[in-house]
Design a protein around this ligand. Sequence first.
Ligand SMILES: O=C(O)CCC(=O)C(=O)O
Ligand SMILES: [Fe+2]
Length: 346
Amino acid sequence: MMNTFSQVYKDDPITSHHIIPLDFDSTYTVPESHLWSQSDESHQKYQTGAPQDSLIPVIDLCDTNAMDLIGQACETWGVFQVINHGVPLDLVKRVDFEARRFFAMTTHEKRKVLRSPSGSTGYGVPKISSFFAKCMWHEGFTIMGSCVDDAKVLWPHDYQRFCDTMDTYQNQMKLLTRKLLLLILQRFDVTHEEMNWATSTHGSHGALQLNSYPSCPNPSRTLGLAPHTDSLLLTVLNQNGVTGLEILVEGLGWIPVKPVEGAFVVNVGDLLHIFSNAKFPAVYHRAMVNQSKHRISVAYFYGPSIESTLAPLSKNGNPCFRSLPVKEYIELKVRHNDKALSLIRI
Ligand SMILES: O=C(O)CCC(=O)C(=O)O
Ligand SMILES: [Fe+2]
């Protein structure tokens, strides 16, 4: 199953300068390749100036109204934060610790697990890099299922702790996304098959993305992660207490999503946008960097089986999108990035 997903990337190899992150060990100024112009749309600041801390709802999963609150948040913003989610804080901390242990390694060590030009896992720059003229102040490590092969290269005598932590976290994330999807979709009159398609763990696809944004000497001219929507159904992100995530809100511009202790940021991805028949927006977001802190974020992406067919919910009115295999949508996204949705619009 994982192999078929990786196949999508194999069919569309990207050139190596779109794979290797900057050597942050020996970079003291921002090179021209990473300097974004002030007029670049992706880099514009948010326009209101007013703090918007309370805009994005923080929802307690144990609240008796959680279902309604989550449904409303998905419809209005396409994003919310969740607390009391049941994922042990200790595990979240261990993932952060292991991620930091990895990114603290030398550039030489990290490049030993470089993502191959046709691969989808390992160390590398953001996958969207090839769509932008400038590079991002970012290095990432992508895990799909077991990461034992890479971990053995990195820590030949001590790889188990890293693997166990990432395995346990992926399992917890899968449970949480499934729980959230069950709540979210109860808003709609979904059929048993439709619910099953979105929440069945059989053949489902998950990926864990460790993001590292080293402290940056010129944060006002750099971007951690350029604006994008996530491709799958739902993303669960841990910002680890450091501000950086911003979402694009119509009429307001870029709004920071303030880190909340113990909370995950949950956002709607393209597949859920399509599945909801555009009732839920797939939120545009980006990551900013800062001068003093090395920011690490951990994103988990959850989607249905790549072999299944994606169709807008039958009860949500006339379909805005044509039905297609999930695999075909992912291929469109890999090739056309933010143009993919318009290519399947009816
Ligand atoms: O680091 C962040 O806050 C955002 C990460 C993100 O959007 C992603 O990994 O897709
Ligand atoms: Fe994202």
